[in-house]
Write a protein that binds this ligand. Structure first.
Ligand code: NDP
Length: 276
């Protein structure tokens, strides 16, 4: 059950990952990243999700150092960007991310997008980093079922997680079932619909019944579905608010009402058709 902000999920290699984390997409490097991440750490988050392409790994690293929290109490994720995919270039990209973060290792390193013709070689590099003990766990992002099936056929180690766009308008039912059957955790990016779902009437109604906000209802919906969730905010009050989701529970009926909002509708790019 999702008891508090320290609640973890167990990845298939035995590593514990906080179920609620903090995302930093579109957060400016420098002061904005340092202050947001420090605020998140003060509010109790212990998992931070960054990526090379966010260009704020330095700020994340600075916030970690200034927080004084021991490294082993944190769970840090980064991702190899598309232009760095391929075996040797991924090994180099990992070193570059560590250097920018000022860290000795990551808890989770992900393939950011399934770049055709490259993601298998990229995965071999992640397997090498994992086998060499350089990274605690390896996973993928934006992989459809068919990408995962292709990876299974052409690799040794299964990803621990697939981080995908997921919210009530894009419930990812097929992927969730597939991952569940293969011991792969599902992690939601854009859990608030990147802000689009904040005024959705059903969510607003349920939120008002609990004296909560729609953002808190959205995060709670993910948690109760056993999905790992990483909402982003640069607003201190929202950073706190998004962590205050452990003092109420959505009923079965409310969960069903939110489930019924699914339209298989994306706000972001389709992993079968992206041009970056
Ligand atoms: P989110 O769904 O987390 O939404 C973020 C938006 O919601 C921001 O505009 C934020 O505003 C606003 N917001 C946050 N909290 C509240 C609140 N309590 N009330 C009202 N509005 C709120 O979108 P993201 O795209 O940022 O996704 C989360 C994380 O997932 C990213 O930060 C990143 O780490 C990861 N991600 C991964 C991707 C991938 O390809 N693997 C792609 C996209 C994201 P403000 O900041 O102004 O407060």
């Amino acid at each position: 059950m999702v008891k508090d902000i320290n609640t973890t999920v167990t990845l298939h290699n035995g590593v514990e990952m906080p179920q609620l984390g903090f995302g930093v997409f579109k957060v400016q490097n420098g002061n904005e990243t340092v202050e947001s991440v420090k605020k998140a750490l003060e509010a109790g988050y212990r998992s931070i999700d960054t990526a090379a392409i966010y260009k704020n790994e330095e700020g994340v690293g600075q916030a970690i150092r200034e927080s004084g929290i021991p490294r082993e109490e944190l769970f840090i994720t980064s991702k190899v960007w598309n232009s760095d995919q391929g075996y040797e270039s991924t090994l180099q990209a990992y070193e570059d991310s560590l250097k920018r973060l000022g860290l000795e290792y990551l808890d989770l390193y992900l393939i950011h997008w399934p770049v055709k013709g490259k993601y298998i070689d990229t995965w071999r590099a992640l397997e090498k980093l994992y086998k060499d003990g350089r990274v605690r766990s390896i996973g993928v992002s934006n992989f459809h079922v068919h990408h995962l099936e292709d990876l299974f056929e052409n690799s040794e180690i299964k990803p621990v997680i697939d981080q995908v766009e997921l919210h009530p308008r894009l419930a990812q039912l097929e992927l969730r079932e597939f991952c569940n059957n293969h011991g792969i955790k599902v992690e939601a990016w854009g859990p608030l619909g990147q802000g689009h779902l904040i005024d959705e009437p059903t969510l607003k109604h349920i939120a008002s019944k609990h004296g909560k906000t729609t953002a808190q209802v959205l995060i709670r919906w993910h948690l109760q579905h056993e999905i790992v969730v990483i909402p982003k905010s640069v607003t201190p009050s929202r950073i706190e608010q998004n962590a205050e989701v452990f003092d109420f529970e959505l009923s079965k009926d409310e969960m069903n009402q939110i489930d019924s909002l699914n339209l298989n509708e994306r706000y972001g790019a389709d992993p079968d058709n992206f041009n970056f």
